[in-house]
Design a protein around this ligand. Structure first.
Ligand code: HEM
Length: 333
């Protein structure tokens, strides 16, 4: 096997065809513009590869928190985060192109735009962004080819990572114990939470009751059910116990993914503002204003982040029944 053949470099290195060259209107930076977008698309491909493998493991009904596979899920989520960090930094390279350099070839691209990156839209959907939560709903599909729209719609219809996490949280071995014990454990917790609220926060008790004390199933709008929310809050509170360490890391990775995606969106938006000011994008959107609205709306794991509003101080945590404490150790009795 030869390096060149193994990597199919014939295809990869011959896949850059600047429009400016074809039109004989040289624009030096168009090569950078093409290469950087291709690099992004390759990393998006890898992110799909990781997300698919994570979903396949999470979809197994037998996955429990003692299984080695949970370690694999967390490991691949961490890799996903590292790739996203690189994607944020790649904007530094894009920003070495000045607005005047971009103007040399910008009009030759219309109406192409990163907006038509179906891999990006599909990744958002795979991670858990539902159509209902998208900014400019129909607009985003109007810019895409038919086959790409149907691919994204199919992903939106499949179980997303967030839905799989919801199901995993619901079937956690802890969930039944904690629900049986609901009258004592969650009532006790509620009382401590209530006493921790400042005068101006007293209204927080209602969302606490709505989220944890009722039996609300998940839906397309609220993707975490009350059972899953209770499990997630419990994991965050008692994450020091060995059995809860990986589950905690898993939830924390999801919040990190949201943060990295958001950093990318803000850096991309600021770069766009610097590059084209208030002009519309090559894809025809309002440009910076569209990107700002999407950045504000497209947090995927906000329901998990919001659970942090319901934490209490560590020293006030209710003591766990001995039987439960033993279950959370490395050795089950
Ligand atoms: C000079 C550099 C760039 C400019 C001026 C720019 C501009 C824009 C604009 C204005 C939009 C909004 C849609 C439109 O009207 O076109 C957009 C969307 C987008 N761009 Fe860029 N972009 C640049 C570089 C990149 C790069 C390097 C990527 C990497 C893949 C990228 C990926 C995207 C994606 C994924 C969207 C859709 C975002 C969403 O819908 O939330 N862009 N871009």
């Amino acid at each position: 096997m030869n390096y060149h053949d193994y990597l199919q470099l014939d295809k990869v290195l011959n896949a850059q065809a600047p429009e400016s060259e074809k039109k004989n209107l040289p624009a030096h930076d168009e090569m950078l513009f093409i290469v950087i977008h291709q690099a992004y698309e390759l990393w998006f491909k890898q992110l799909h590869h990781e997300a698919d493998s994570i979903a396949a493991i999470m979809n197994k009904p037998a996955l429990n928190d003692n299984s080695p596979e949970l370690q694999t899920v967390v490991h691949r989520l961490k890799r996903t985060i590292t790739i996203l960090q690189v994607l944020v930094h790649q904007i530094d390279i894009m920003e070495t192109m000045t607005p005047m350099d971009f103007l040399d070839f910008r009009d030759m691209l219309r109406p192409a735009s990163g907006f038509q990156s179906w891999q990006f839209k599909k990744l958002e959907a795979k991670l858990g962004l539902k159509f209902e939560h998208r900014h400019g709903q129909e607009y985003y599909t109007s810019q895409l080819r038919e086959e790409h729209v149907s691919g994204i719609k199919q992903t939106e219809a499949d179980k997303s990572l967030l839905q799989l996490v919801n199901a995993w949280l619901e079937r956690m071995p802890l969930a039944p114990i904690l629900s049986d014990d609901k009258n004592s454990f969650w009532q006790q917790y509620r009382a401590v939470y209530q006493s921790s609220l400042a005068e101006a926060e007293k209204d927080n008790l209602q969302p606490f009751d709505d989220l944890f004390m009722k039996e609300t199933p998940s839906s397309d709008i609220n993707q975490l059910s009350s059972t899953a929310s209770r499990s997630a809050l419990f994991i965050m509170l008692y994450r020091g116990y060995p059995l809860l360490q990986l589950p905690f890391q898993l939830l924390n990775c999801l919040l990190e993914i949201d943060e990295q995606l958001s950093s990318w969106r803000y850096r991309h938006m600021n770069m766009v503002h610097r590059m084209i000011g208030k002009r519309i994008g090559t894809g025809g959107s309002s440009g910076k204003d569209y990107l700002k609205a999407a950045a504000d709306k497209h947090y995927i794991y906000k329901e998990i982040a919001q659970l942090n509003s319901f934490l209490i101080e560590r020293r006030k945590l209710p003591e766990l029944p001995t039987e439960l404490e033993q279950r959370l150790g490395f050795v089950h009795q």
